[in-house]
Design a binder for this molecule. Sequence first.
Ligand SMILES: [Zn+2]
Length: 455
Amino acid sequence: MPRAEAGTPKWLANKMKAKGLQKLRWYCQMCQKQCRDENGFKCHRMSEGHQRMMQTFIQSPGKFLDAFSREFEEGFMKLMRTKYSRQRVLANTVYCEFISDKNHIHMNSTIWVTLSGFCQYLGRTGKCKIDHTEKGWYVEYIDQEKIKREQELEAKRAYELTEEERQKAEIAERVEKAQAAGLYREAEYTELMREDPDEKIAFKMPEVRLKAEKTEEGEEGAPGPSKPRNLFAELAKQRRAEKAQNNGTVGASSNANGHGEGIVDVSGPDASASASASASFSGQLDRRADEKDKRKLSALERLRLENEERKLKKVKTETNSTPTPAPAPASAVKQEDVEEETWLSEGLVVKVVLKDLAGGKYYKKKGKVTNVPKPFTGDIRMLDSGDVLRLDETHLETVIPNVGGRVRIVKGVHRGEEGVLKAVHLEQFCATVETAAGVREGMQYEQVCKLMADE
Ligand SMILES: [Zn+2]
């Protein structure tokens, strides 16, 4: 029968008939040819092309069967994974969906003879959960990939767990060994004991040494002052020495490498850092106890001491200058805090700067210091009136004489020197004084005061 020409009614009829589902048993998978009836299929089987295809099939039937079966399964499972995932569905429904694609792999070319056989295969291989009812086989997709992922995760977790346990066991074993050797000391919580509350708290972590340093360390004994010490090694060595002294034998686990890892054994390469840190801390405490005598003073402590010393010295000078020291007036104490030394001394000419005294009668008037009964207080005889006032030095000011006048330096390093005023520099508010010891330049006004010769 010649093929109908495209566009003719016959061609259209053939197309329409081919559209629907057709009998599986008249489909030839090798030639991918669907026949519409028994006669047509018979004719196809007799055809030369089919014969040739069958020859190739016979040569390796397994290969073709496997390939077709795999393709069929893949197509079916693709539907299960996408459209029918997470639901229990009649296998026939999926199958109908699958074969609606006309170019699907037909089941008669697979290793499965019937759909139920295929279902059972799926159930057996764990690809689907299957159950049989009156209606037929139901299938439910099992996400093998998800299960696989979960299994992998589980395995990983289990591995980590065992790894952790292994490490713990290893540490425990080392602790036991060290305990047996008498080298291990349990880390315990104690109060922080401080000799001096101002001292800094320092933590020293055990340093990681390079191999080159190790050989150097082999000499033992005295690590250089700049080199960080291995407290562990020292502690371990000390313990070992004690032990040897006590029972005449050296500790069981003496270290061959001389690096002194006696206790460090516990904190081996993969042990937790906390164990070593705590042990190191106890070592630090030991060290501190050793050095408590020669420990340095903290900055704060030093300052306080210096301050006390200074005060002590001052009291001494005061008692020297005044044979009967009376309690200083409040204002004098205040002055003491700001200025350390009094500038007032006998023979100076000073200016009164106390406004309130006697209605301002003495304000800005000059007087001569005739007596200093105690530090910071002077008896002033006023130049004009001859009145004598006892005043605190805070109410007095120095007087700068004319150039050539006699002055005394009353403050600073040259305090007490007497000489002649050589110049006054008004812009810089300072003066130059020539004394027996030399020329003093840049003297502040309050450092220099006029002197009056005794009458
Ligand atoms: Zn064929």
